[in-house]
Design a protein around this ligand. Structure first.
Ligand code: ATP
Ligand code: MG
Length: 265
């Protein structure tokens, strides 16, 4: 769909948010930010989101709050950005980084200098000041050379990493070097979600602003209070709830649950 077509679409259109999301991914591909693999990943995510009723489950909201607490407690939090994240939610990445004082690092599965630079530039256009990722002077052990590249003073040094839509291998490798991983992934069965300390099974377009909202709400809380939120979160419970919503949800119950809906159905 073209810009003109999208601008003619009323926000009340039942598919407005979904169509806008697709449009952003399309634009991302055109600008050299999003890869073709990224298009496939978006389609896969959309299918899960459809089955979830395009809403944030209460357990995903708990996860977002736990993620916000982790980010506040961190010594050095980093938000990892790939081509889909950059295309979909650049302004939300910048806002969250500001609230929790995190670094932003571009980290690509299919790393090319051209795409790295396009994404850094895109994030700067959306207000990011310092974007890491171009140095590529450290490696995550356990991954082949190209997939392992990170910045030594970015993800290399981080204790807490928010990795939306991360590939399963890399999610496992990051967890294996002892980093606390906060993952946003609509597939509760994916290895990325399963290795996360905090799996947020939600669409990135809802999850990031939601984490930021919780982070704002939690700023200034004591470390004890933040730690209690972290300790009270159970990843297995959140994954089970998401899986049963996807497997057991019916189209009818979705339509009847407007209280939980912040999607567009
Ligand atoms: P595994 O984690 O099991 O190794 P994978 O990483 O190979 O799987 P991909 O299809 O490459 O699987 O990863 C894309 C993942 O990102 C999918 O799990 C998909 O549900 C998720 N995803 C795609 N778009 C979004 C989105 N907008 N918000 C949240 N998650 C999304
Ligand atoms: Mg995955």
């Amino acid at each position: 769909m073209s810009d003109a077509e999208l601008s003619e679409l009323p926000e009340s259109h039942p598919r407005y948010l979904s169509l806008r999301t697709r449009h952003r991914i399309e634009e991302g591909v055109e600008k050299g930010i999003t890869s073709k693999q990224g298009l496939i990943a978006e389609g896969r995510g959309e299918a899960f989101d459809y089955l979830l009723g395009e809403r944030t489950l209460p357990t995903a909201d708990d996860a977002a709050r736990a993620a916000a607490a982790h980010l506040h407690l961190a010594r050095h939090p980093v938000i990892s950005v790939n081509g889909n994240v950059a295309a979909l939610v650049p302004e939300d990445v910048v806002a969250l980084a500001e609230v929790v004082d995190a670094d932003i690092e571009v980290n690509l599965f299919n790393r090319t200098d051209e795409r790295m630079r396009a994404i850094v530039e895109h994030l700067r256009e959306h207000g990011a000041e310092d974007v890491k990722g171009l140095a590529g002077d450290a490696r995550i052990p356990g991954l082949d050379h190209k997939r392992a590249v990170v910045d030594a003073d970015g993800i290399g040094d981080a204790d807490v990493v928010l990795v939306p839509l991360e590939d399963g291998d890399r999610a496992e490798a990051l967890a294996a070097v002892g980093k606390t991983e906060l993952v946003v992934d609509l597939n509760p069965l994916s290895r990325s979600a399963r290795t996360a300390a905090v799996p947020i099974v939600d669409n990135i377009v809802r999850a990031l602003p939601n984490i930021t909202g919780h982070a704002r709400d939690l700023s200034g809380r004591s470390r004890e209070e933040l730690q209690a939120i972290v300790d009270g979160f159970e990843p297995a419970t959140a994954l089970e709830a998401a899986e049963s919503a996807i497997r057991g949800g019916t189209l009818d119950s979705r339509a009847e649950a407007p209280a939980e809906t912040n999607g567009e159905r």
